[in-house]
Design a protein around this ligand. Structure first.
Ligand code: 8YV
Length: 313
């Protein structure tokens, strides 16, 4: 496969980038200032694209690569890939589901505990020496609270199982009710937010779910509500979220994703009712290795005419 042209559309783990360079004629798109010259010179040789949550393969890129056969994303989210264009052009698409489910679900629970028990703030309290002048304020209990999950796919289901272990009541909203689940179903995000204390965003980003958490949903969750986002930043109307947190119309939030990463609204930096993480939900050594190996396995399968390991298209 060493003569097969492969385009890497965003920085990936050093391990994956090295493996791709060892196995393919790999090009890192960010290293080419003159993109037009790059595509004029190498465009016809590119048969595979590898991306992630930061960048994948949009319609323009797919049209620019006449011999593109496969887009393999080192992510479970597919929002950076134009799936319609891939189907139209007969380009295969793979992602990395399942191998990251535990990490993302674990982090969602970790964010809930950090937000409700104010772990970051109490750490800062101790380090500042304030404990010598008195104890830290009381926080609020996670166990037995009501958890509403927006999106009941693999990750949403894993979060629900974890929250059940904390004796939480579970409800959800998704495009369709899942008859095999014993959780209460609400037909809209607003109704879900109106009927839970902790709203966890775990759905995929699509045209239909963009800003699914808007001001109406945020206000339905209210000043005693908690919002956790481990999906995509664009699932939330971010300016409305910032305003609600600043004005106290929303209790607290735990955010691992943002509309325009790595840019994060600076109004959030001074708030104690929000925990901010740099999109680390799948960011463990074990999981990123497993994701990388799944990308490599899909590419090897494709170019040796074997069934793909995790096909999307
Ligand atoms: C990415 C993610 O995998 O999987 C996703 O959709 O958002 C992340 O876990 C990670 O950012 C590497 O692209």
């Amino acid at each position: 496969m060493n003569n097969i042209g492969l385009l890497i559309s965003c920085p990936l783990s050093p391990y994956l980038e090295q493996e791709l360079e060892n196995s393919f004629k790999a090009f890192k798109i960010w290293q080419f200032e003159d993109r037009n010259q790059f595509f004029n010179t190498h465009g016809n040789s590119i048969r595979a694209v590898v991306g992630g949550s930061a960048a994948g393969a949009d319609a323009e890129l797919i049209e620019t690569l006449p011999n593109l056969e496969i887009v393999s994303s080192c992510s479970v989210g597919l929002d950076k890939i134009d799936l319609v264009k891939c189907k139209e052009k007969g380009v295969r698409v793979t992602n990395t589901p399942d191998v990251l489910t535990d990490d993302v679900a674990d982090l969602a629970i970790g964010l809930i505990l950090t937000v409700l028990r104010r772990l970051c703030e109490s750490d800062r309290f101790l380090r500042s020496g304030k404990w010598k002048k008195g104890g830290y304020k009381l926080t609020t209990k996670f166990s037995e609270k009501s958890v509403g999950i927006l999106g009941m796919g693999r990750i949403g289901t894993a979060i629900a199982k974890r929250a059940e272990a904390f004796n939480c009541s579970i409800s959800y909203h998704s495009r369709t009710q899942k008859p095999n689940l014993n959780y209460e179903y609400f037909p809209s995000a607003v109704e879900l937010a109106s009927n839970c204390q902790i709203l966890v965003i775990a759905c995929s980003l699509t045209e239909e779910t963009r800003h699914i958490v808007n001001r109406e949903v945020i206000d339905a969750l209210g000043p005693k509500g908690f919002l956790i986002n481990i999906g995509r930043g664009l699932l939330v109307d971010e300016p409305e979220l910032v305003a609600a947190l600043v004005e106290g119309r929303l209790g607290s939030a735990g955010l691992d994703v943002f509309e325009n990463e790595p840019q994060v609204p600076e109004e959030l930096f001074g708030l104690e009712n929000v925990v901010l993480l740099p999109h680390v939900a799948s960011g463990t050594v074990e999981t990123r290795k497993a994701m990388a190996d799944l990308v490599l396995g899909n590419l090897k399968a494709h170019f040796t005419n074997k069934p793909l390991l995790s096909p999307v298209v």
